[in-house]
Design a binder for this molecule. Structure first.
Ligand SMILES: [Zn+2]
Length: 359
């Protein structure tokens, strides 16, 4: 069994503005008596229900860490349904944020996690307007939203290839298979196995085991090596008349939603999308340099990314052959409700191609 965290660590985790929401500070004597649904907090983050959401403009930590998550969970009635206590949610989010941000990753940080969760939320809202609106149960929805939030927890800032080539402890532990994804899932699930961060304490043990299976499956679908298989299987399966009647179908649909959401930055308007592109390329640039120093194999797509035309060429190709087909496929299932995002992707491919050719 997992042991509770030390008291010292808890003190560190309460360093941020979530402190303001510690029930004791609100004058509440018995922690468990304060329920999230009774709390009147205003979400000041714009576009929380659509694809224009931009976490990068939010510098109020409380809004970023607690309010966005509460707002989304509340929208789907999940706080009430799963009776999530405020103090536990505060501690859970504090730990999630700490694990994301402790390495100061330029891309795989808390902002990315929360953006993916929000994109899952925006896709669910579109799904709810189709004839398949009830295909995902509340249980599947909470699993999907939390998977989105946690899918890159404790990211090392390197790729799976780097972990494998460097024979890292993680690569050894997970036998080179979806090394980081397995790690993110395990680190997050550990939080749900500790009473003070287990926001799903209302689940019976059988339900928790089911949640764990779905959560792991969702996060494993964020491994890019699953990309082509996932789209191919999804596009074949949705043609079947009774799609949605099997657990396997729900697994596939959830995988598509989380994987599409993982590329949320790419489906935004160019000016915003560009910011995420620079972040991810900075990460690749750092890794390429480190691989060179350590004598590990270097991947050509990470080479010379500080040269804008090289980076632009890589971006155009990545969006064209990986991200666009994914969003297009998701959109098709949602009665073409994501066509605006597909248009943004087309516009972006064109802009990056122009930059690549003009430099
Ligand atoms: Zn991610």
């Amino acid at each position: 069994m997992f042991k509770p965290r030390s008291t010292q660590r808890q003190t560190i985790n309460y360093r941020n503005s979530i402190l303001q929401f510690e029930p004791a500070k609100l004058g509440v004597q018995h922690k468990s008596s304060l329920r999230l649904e009774d709390l009147d907090i205003q979400c000041l983050v714009p576009n929380i229900d659509n694809f224009h959401f931009n976490i990068l403009v939010v510098d109020d930590m409380m809004q970023k860490q607690l309010v966005v998550v509460v707002e989304i969970l509340k929208y789907h009635n999940l706080i009430k349904e799963y009776d999530i206590p405020l103090d536990t949610l505060c501690q859970f989010l504090s730990e999630v944020e700490y694990k994301y941000n402790k390495k100061n990753n330029v891309f795989h940080n808390y902002d990315h996690g929360i953006s993916v969760m929000q994109n899952v939320h925006a896709i669910l809202l579109q799904l709810h307007q189709t004839n398949n609106s009830s295909i995902l149960s509340l249980f599947n929805q909470i699993a999907l939203l939390l998977s989105g939030l946690c899918h890159d927890v404790s990211h090392t800032g390197r790729t799976n290839t780097f972990e494998i080539n460097s024979l890292s402890n993680l690569a050894i532990r997970y036998h080179d298979r979806s090394v980081l994804e397995q790690y993110h899932a395990a680190k997050s699930l550990k939080l749900l196995c500790v009473p003070n961060t287990n926001i799903l304490q209302s689940l019976k043990s059988e339900e928790f085991r089911k949640f764990r299976r779905i959560f792991i499956s969702n996060i494993l679908y964020t491994d890019i090596t699953e990309h082509f298989n996932l789209i191919k299987n999804f596009e074949t399966k949705i043609l079947e008349q009774n799609f949605g009647s099997q657990d396997e179908d729900i697994k596939l649909l959830s995988g598509m939603i989380i994987h599409t959401s993982d590329f949320t930055g790419g489906a935004k308007q160019f000016e915003l999308s560009k910011q995420w592109s620079f972040k991810v390329n900075k990460k690749f640039e750092q890794q390429y340099e480190l691989e060179g120093k350590l004598g590990y194999p270097q991947l050509p797509y990470m080479k010379d990314l500080n040269n804008l035309s090289v980076m632009a060429k890589q971006e155009a190709g990545f969006f064209k052959f990986i991200v666009r087909p994914l969003w297009q496929s998701m959109s098709k299932y949602l009665d073409n409700r994501l066509q605006k995002q597909v248009e943004y992707l087309d516009e972006k491919i064109q802009k990056w191609e122009e930059i690549a050719n003009s430099e």
